[in-house]
Design a protein around this ligand. Sequence first.
Ligand code: MC0
Length: 152
Amino acid sequence: MSDAPAPTIPFSGLTRLDHVGIACRDLDASIEFYRRTYGFEVEHEEVNEEQGVREAMLRINGTDDGGATYLQLLEPTRPDSPVATFLDRNGEGVHHLAFGTSDVAGSAATVGARDVRVLDREPRHGTLGSRIVFLHPKDCGGVLTELVQSAG
Ligand code: MC0
């Protein structure tokens, strides 16, 4: 075994699973499924025109960084949006994972220095007043990955 010290990997600043994004064709029907099956309730709904989605956030649990973990249900608002394209190709299902951070720009820069394409040059508007960036799924083991900094 080598006596060489293990290389130090800079901390990415990601401290929770913030949400799992699920693509659906009918938001109200999907909300009803999660309410009826698991008893989860909607904490927040909004339309994000930039991303082309109508979405609902269902809070699952608090996290030890003071944040929370959600299911995010996503219905496309237009046929050329990322979620509409995903539904056409794959049908309904898990669309992305989102990791929480207190510094989305810093976390994106750290991860981007590790041969992962960051899809947004600047953080964009996300749900609940958050700031978000996406990472390319082909650089993340086939998983579209979002980094999210909560508001406040
Ligand atoms: C596409 N691919 C995926 C994927 N979407 N793989 C895993 N998960 C997904 N969700 C795959 C395709 O199948 C393809 O694989 C490859 O990625 C590249 O596809 P492409 O044809 O080059 O590119 P597009 O046009 O499909 O775009 C994919 C890309 C795009 C991820 C770049 O969807 C994007 O920029 N997404 C980020 C924004 C977003 O998704 N917004 C909606 C959620 P093959 O093997 O066929 O080459 S908004 C949201 O969630 C906000 C509101 C929030 O959280 O607050």
